[in-house]
Design a protein around this ligand. Structure first.
Ligand SMILES: Nc1ncnc2c1ncn2[C@@H]1O[C@H](COP(=O)(O)OP(=O)(O)OP(=O)(O)O)[C@@H](O)[C@H]1O
Length: 226
């Protein structure tokens, strides 16, 4: 699903985001990305979204070599990926339904189809009965569920989550991580950047540890031992 070959990302003024990173993630995997602040985790996520270009090396996601991708093919690539962030990033003046439907409107699906899809997604995250509420009427955990529904409504093959539990209390964080795990069990490949040591150690998933822009450790049933 994801292949990185000798990927280096240097920022202006000589700051290095990643150095010579090679990595393979198979379809259907669940992977935690851990590492200290400034180690390069967000750089990796941005490279995968093609928000940043690597200085050198190759990135191939879902069979698409980023170097060969034309600008007009970018929206299609992005639709194959769902994104979830620490700060939820919902539209505050819109209802829950509209927040999720918005992602579908972008692909110009027919209204009846949109309604069914949005309701299915909100049902999956346990918020169908709140779909007329506004996002500021929801708790942090509920807002993150909406963000997850929005990320999945176009049926992406890959879900990228950057610190999805960073703003949540421990109980809610566990619920959100379990939801991501359930989504993964249904077939979506999931990458989660996190500082949540307890949940990483509990869940027994693959853990890739990044240190100073390089992969320090990559273990199938890893631990967060930084
Ligand atoms: N836009 C930028 N311009 C210059 N340097 C940058 C830029 N973005 C990141 N960096 C540098 O690249 C390195 C990796 O940063 P990155 O944001 O990927 O780390 P991170 O592991 O996501 O950190 P955190 O856990 O704090 O979010 C850091 O040294 C950072 O200062």
């Amino acid at each position: 699903m994801i292949t990185l070959k000798n990927v280096t990302k240097e920022y202006d003024k000589g700051n290095t985001g990643l150095t010579n990173v090679s990595l393979d993630v198979e379809k259907g995997e669940f992977v935690f990305i851990v590492g200290k602040s400034g180690s390069g985790k967000t750089t990796l996520m941005k490279l995968l979204q093609k928000e940043l270009e690597p200085t050198s090396g190759q990135i191939i996601v879902n069979g698409q070599n980023y170097k060969e991708l034309k600008r007009k093919e970018l929206p299609k690539l992005r639709r194959q990926m769902g994104m979830v962030f620490q700060d939820f990033r919902l539209l505050k003046d819109r209802t829950i339904f509209e927040n999720v439907a918005f992602a579908q409107k972008v692909v110009e699906a027919p209204n009846r189809y949109i309604k069914r899809q949005v309701e299915n997604m909100l049902d999956m995250v346990g918020l169908k009965d709140r779909m007329k509420a506004f996002s500021n009427e929801l708790s942090g955990g509920e807002q993150q569920r909406v963000a997850i529904a929005r990320a999945l409504v176009n049926h992406p093959v890959l879900l990228l989550a950057d610190e999805p539990t960073g703003n949540l209390d421990p109980v809610t964080a566990r619920e959100i991580m379990e939801l991501l795990s359930e989504i993964n069990k249904k077939g979506t490949t999931v990458l989660v950047v996190t500082h949540n040591r307890e949940l990483v150690n509990e869940m027994g998933k693959r853990v890739i540890q990044i240190e100073d822009g390089q992969i320090q450790q990559d273990e199938a049933r890893g631990f967060y031992d930084i």
